[in-house]
Every structure is written in structure tokens, then in C-alpha cells.
Design a protein around this ligand. Structure first.
Ligand SMILES: NC(=O)c1ccc[n+]([C@@H]2O[C@H](COP(=O)([O-])OP(=O)(O)OC[C@H]3O[C@@H](n4cnc5c(N)ncnc54)[C@H](O)[C@@H]3O)[C@@H](O)[C@H]2O)c1
Length: 563
């Protein structure tokens, strides 16, 4: 492969393009060209960075280990990788290795892009934060760290220029630094006599609660704060801090959801508290981790919006509230069923308008004697089975694990298709996973009994909404009770009454009188909220105070293996 002259490369970098030509020449004289194959590893995570790398062409990817034991250099060698750090791993081996054991953080590509500079300058932290590898063939130039430091030391003007550039790079993160500074100043300012009232409120939409105690608190930022969240957590945190003399939580609230943009708010916090629609994707988690956040307290059971693999790679502990009140959700599922079956919303509206007549539009059916399919017989599904047993329904269930408790009720475990073909009513009670996404799709709907009633309180993504709407329009589906929706994150927990709804699927469902929709409120009972708050605070304490990190945390939802 034809390569450029080192001087061309030097002048194409933002770091060295403006330095004295004589210095450029000195640097160029130290540059070593490398033409590498797909999969070549430049640095393994945690190993010393021995050179600055300047890209001439190609794509470099930085990946972080998910399972360090399987991803260290020695482990790779044991698994059959090449023995030399500078060699390329064979393409299939590399692909499998990275896919199973790491997450990609970012890509560095383009002529003149430089990597390794900050680590080389900061000798104390010269170990690589991530593994850097080539995807496809790349041509790079290395400047050995020792040579670079020697040149830097020999020229004060060059050193100053590098310092200014480093400062400029760091300014790019100034928003987070400012926020961090602000938070730390508050901590310092909070002297022995200061109290809750001394705290200034943050930017719009953010307020603070803390304890008047002098103990250094664990700082938690609570995202997606709606009215109930604040009113439930505020007094609970105060009470919790009074109860625990050696441990203190300081919780702040933001109305915003976690996203790649709002992740910056967490600068200066130890932990974040998230709910069902916060998006903890790989990028948001990377930002949280870089800001120093180490714990994610889910104030819910589901964690399908958390990229747990990335979280693990970044050393974040993620804990959830595994069970708060399965009764709350199961009972709400029954409310939805009875609402669609007995047409309660229409009946109530009619009566409120002083129309006390009956006609066939209000005609329902007995649940007694009907065949009910329950897909997912975990905590909530089991309670639901008991309630439905009380109705005198015939229960047929589908789950990847069978429950003896459910079988003792006389329920039978059957295939999914059997449920579609035989059930008059179907409840979805399983988690949203890649394998369960769109369980209810056009094919499933086509197998169902005419007029089947469907209830979903689990996760919206279990149903292909388009297939559902078609099923409703064709009459195949007689009615549907939903507490969750595939695209609920755009609308739920917000007041849209004065705005127009752009989502045609949501509009279609809202306009259909055979649909009863609630906005993710199945969990919302006094008992469940109290359990959510208590478990969330305990989860934070177990992590920070009792040192239960990662998989050691009893309520963690991290993957135990990364395969
Ligand atoms: N709407 C709400 O307010 C609300 C509140 C709490 C929970 N939920 C949701 O309800 C669902 C169930 O909660 P839970 O506490 O009973 O969970 P759980 O973990 O106790 O039970 C889930 C069950 O689903 C089964 N399952 C897993 N994969 C499956 C598959 N491919 N096919 C069939 N079954 C499968 C599991 O074996 C388990 O028995 C979760 O998705 C949760 O997120 C919703």
C-alpha cells in the first residue's frame, strides 16, 4: 500500500499542524509506519500505552471489556489468540472474541486523527482505558512515548502549546466539569450549620433534598421525575437518613429522562435513579461512567431499556426492585380485562350523560368457564392465575419454566400456538427480551380465536402494534386492554392534552372503543410505591455502604455471562 510522507501526516493533525517546521521534522523523524490487518490490536485495555498513534487511513475501534477475565491479554492467548501483543488476531477469532466479551465505545477514523496523546502525556495514567483495534486494514504512524516526552521536554514552547491544546480538549467537557464543580462547591459550602434550606436549586426542573447531617452523602440524581416520584422519595430519604447514622443519601430530581444528552446532568453524582422509560443505552452509560457515576438504581422491575452488557463493561452496578407488588399489576390486568369485557368506560360515559339504556354494544361475557391463556407465569403471572382460578376460568399457560404452584391450580402448560388457537382471553406477563419482542405479531393474531380479548401489562414491545391494529380492524381481536405500548416513551408520563399526537398508531388505538389504555400505571398502588421507594434506597445502601457491587448486589440485573 502506498503511504504518505510522515510530514504530510504531521501537518494533517490538529495537534501538530501549527508547530514549528523544525519540530515537525523532529517528530516526523521518530514516526514509525504500521500497515496492519483487520483485527490488529494496538493496545489491550489496562496495558501501558507505549506510543501515540496517528491514523493515516482506516478505522480504529475502542472496546471495553465486559468480562475482564475472558478479555485480558493472557486470557486471549490461552483461548488461542496470537502470542505477540502487536500481532493481528485471526478475523473469525477476533470477531467472536470482541462480540462476546466487549462493547464498542467509539470509532476513530480519518487522516490525521491522533489517539493515546493524553495518556502518554499523563504518565501516571498511561494505561489504556479500552482496547484499541483495527477494523479492516489500517495504516497508522506511531511516535514512541519516550521519544515524544524527550521532544516535549527539550522545547518549552512546544510543551506550552501541547498544554494549551490539552486544556482546549478538556474544555470540550466543560459543561460536565462546571456542573461537577458546582456540585462539589455545594458540598464544601455545606458547613456544620448549614441546612436543607441553604441549598440553592439547580437549573429549571431540578430540585434537591438532602439531610441536614454532616456526613458525606452518596449523591443520587433521579431522572424522569413526575409528581408521585418526588412526593414519595422526599420524605422517604429524610426518614432513611435519620434512621441510618453512618449512611446518608442526597437525592436530586430532574424532570428530564435519561438520554445521551441529559446524561451530562449526572456530573458530580455517584448514582442515578431511573424509571421504565429512561434510555440507558451504550452511549448514555459511557457518559455516566466517564462522569464518575457508578450505580444505577432502577425504581422498577423491568430493565429492558438498560444496556446491561455495556453497564457491566463500564463497571456500573445496576440494581432494580425485583418485586414490589405483583398484586398491583395482576389486579390491574384484571381491571383492564373487565373494562374491555364489560365495556365499563362506554357504560360509565353513557350513564353520566343520564342515558340509562342497555344495548348490545354493552354486552359482555362471563369469565367463568372461559379458556384463559397466560403467557409468562412469573411473580405477576402466578397471582393472575390465582385470581382467574377464583373466576372459575380454565387456565392454559406458556412459560420457559413451569411453575408447580400454577400447575397445582389445575393449569396446564401448553405451546404458544395452542394458546392462540384455544384461548378466549390472552394475558401477556413475560419480560421484553430480544426473544420475546413482537411475540404477538400478524402470524400469532391470525391463529387466534375470533373475538379474542388481549391484555398486556408487561411491556409494549411484546406486541407488534401494527398487527394489533389490523387484528382489531378485522374483528379478529374483540378487545384489548393495554397498560404498556411499544412507543410509550414518547408520550407516557406527560400531559399531551393540549398538544396533537403525531403517532398514527397511538391515535388509532385512542379512537377505538374496543381498546382500553392506561399509561403504565399497573404498578401504581400505595403498597407498591412504598416498596419501590424502600427497596431503591436499600439498594443504594447495599451498594455504597455494604460494598455489594456488580453481581454481588442481590438485586443486580447484570448479565452473569456475556455469551
Ligand atoms: N405495567 C407495569 O406497571 C408493570 C409493573 C411491574 C412489572 N411489569 C412487567 O411485567 C412483566 C412480568 O413481571 P414479573 O414480575 O412477573 O416478572 P418475573 O420475572 O417474575 O416473571 C417473568 C416470567 O416470564 C417468563 N419468561 C421469560 N422468557 C419467556 C419467554 N420467552 N416466553 C414465555 N415466558 C418467558 C419467565 O420464565 C418468568 O416466569 C415484566 O415484563 C415486567 O417488566 C409491568
Amino acid at each position: 500500500m502506498l503511504s504518505l510522507d510522515p510530514m504530510d501526516i504531521i501537518s494533517s493533525t490538529s495537534w501538530f499542524s501549527n508547530i514549528e517546521p523544525s519540530l515537525q521534522k523532529t517528530l516526523a523523524s521518530k514516526m514509525i509506519r504500521e500497515d496492519v490487518e483487520d483485527g490488529h490490536v494496538f493496545f489491550w485495555e489496562g496495558t501501558a500505552i507505549d506510543s501515540i498513534i496517528i491514523i493515516e487511513s482506516g478505522r480504529l475501534i475502542r472496546s471495553k471489556a465486559v468480562d475482564r477475565e475472558k478479555f485480558s491479554l493472557s486470557a486471549v492467548m490461552e483461548q488461542g489468540g496470537e502470542s505477540s501483543l502487536s500481532s493481528s488476531l485471526s478475523a473469525p477469532f477476533q470477531k467472536e472474541l470482541f462480540k462476546k466479551n466487549s462493547v464498542d465505545l467509539d470509532e476513530i477514523s480519518g487522516k490525521g486523527r491522533v489517539t493515546g496523546m493524553l495518556r502518554v502525556i499523563n504518565e501516571e495514567h498511561s494505561r489504556s482505558y479500552a482496547t484499541l483495534r483495527s477494523v479492516g486494514r489500517s495504516v497508522v504512524w506511531r511516535i514512541p512515548a519516550d521519544d515524544f516526552i524527550n521532544i516535549l521536554s527539550s522545547d518549552a514552547g512546544f510543551a506550552m502549546m501541547m498544554l494549551r491544546k490539552v486544556a482546549h480538549k478538556m474544555k470540550a467537557g466543560s459543561k460536565s466539569l462546571k456542573s461537577m464543580l458546582k456540585n462539589s462547591q455545594k458540598t464544601f459550602r455545606r458547613g456544620p450549620s448549614s441546612s436543607l434550606e441553604d441549598e440553592d436549586n439547580d437549573a429549571k426542573g431540578r430540585d434537591t433534598i438532602s439531610s441536614p447531617s454532616r456526613k458525606a452523602p452518596v449523591r443520587v440524581l433521579c431522572y424522569d421525575t413526575t409528581q408521585w416520584v418526588k412526593s414519595a422519595f422526599e420524605p422517604a430519604v429524610q426518614a432513611f437518613n435519620k434512621l441510618h447514622s453512618s449512611f446518608n443519601i442526597e437525592m436530586k430530581f430532574t424532570n428530564d429522562r435519561l438520554s445521551e444528552q441529559s446524561a451530562m446532568y449526572a456530573a458530580g453524582y455517584d448514582a442515578v435513579c431511573l424509571f421504565v422509560n429512561d434510555s440507558a443505552n451504550a452511549n448514555a452509560l459511557r457518559i455516566l461512567s466517564m462522569l464518575g457515576v457508578r450505580f444505577i438504581a432502577m425504581r422498577c422491575a423491568g430493565f429492558d431499556r438498560v444496556d446491561t452488557k455495556s453497564a457491566k463493561a463500564h463497571g456500573l452496578t445496576v440494581a432494580r426492585v425485583p418485586a414490589y407488588s405483583p398484586y398491583a399489576v395482576a389486579e390491574h390486568a384484571i381491571s383492564l380485562l373487565m373494562s374491555i369485557n364489560r365495556k365499563i368506560p362506554a357504560a360509565s360515559t353513557r350513564v353520566k350523560m343520564a342515558n340509562f339504556t342497555l344495548d348490545n354494544s354493552l354486552l359482555g361475557m362471563d369469565i367463568h368457564g372461559k379458556t384463559v391463556g397466560i403467557m409468562g407465569t412469573g411473580k405477576i403471572g402466578q397471582i393472575l392465575c390465582k385470581i382467574l382460578n377464583g373466576f372459575g376460568a380454565n387456565l392454559i399457560c406458556y412459560d420457559i419454566f413451569e411453575s408447580d404452584e400454577v400447575k397445582n391450580l389445575g393449569a396446564e402448560y401448553v405451546s404458544r400456538d395452542y394458546i392462540y388457537e384455544e384461548a378466549d382471553i390472552i394475558f401477556l406477563m413475560m419480560p421484553l427480551l430480544p426473544t420475546t419482542k413482537h411475540t404477538i405479531n400478524t402470524d400469532a393474531v391470525s391463529k387466534m380465536k375470533d373475538g379474542v380479548l388481549l391484555v398486556n401489562t408487561a411491556r409494549g414491545g411484546l406486541i407488534d402494534t401494527k398487527a394489533l391494529i389490523l387484528g382489531l380492524q378485522s374483528g379478529k381481536i374483540g378487545g384489548v386492554g393495554l397498560d404498556v405500548l411499544e412507543n410509550e416513551a414518547d408520550y407516557f408520563f406527560q400531559d399531551w392534552s393540549a398538544k396533537s399526537i403525531e403517532d398514527p398508531e397511538l391515535t388509532s388505538l385512542l379512537g377505538n372503543n374496543r381498546v382500553v389504555l392506561t399509561a403504565h400505571q399497573a404498578f401504581f398502588t400505595k403498597e407498591a410505591v412504598s416498596k419501590i421507594v424502600d427497596t431503591t434506597l436499600d439498594n443504594i445502601k447495599m451498594w455504597k455502604n455494604d460494598g455489594l457491587e456488580g453481581l454481588a448486589h442481590p438485586n443486580n440485573c447484570l448479565p452473569s455471562t456475556m455469551v
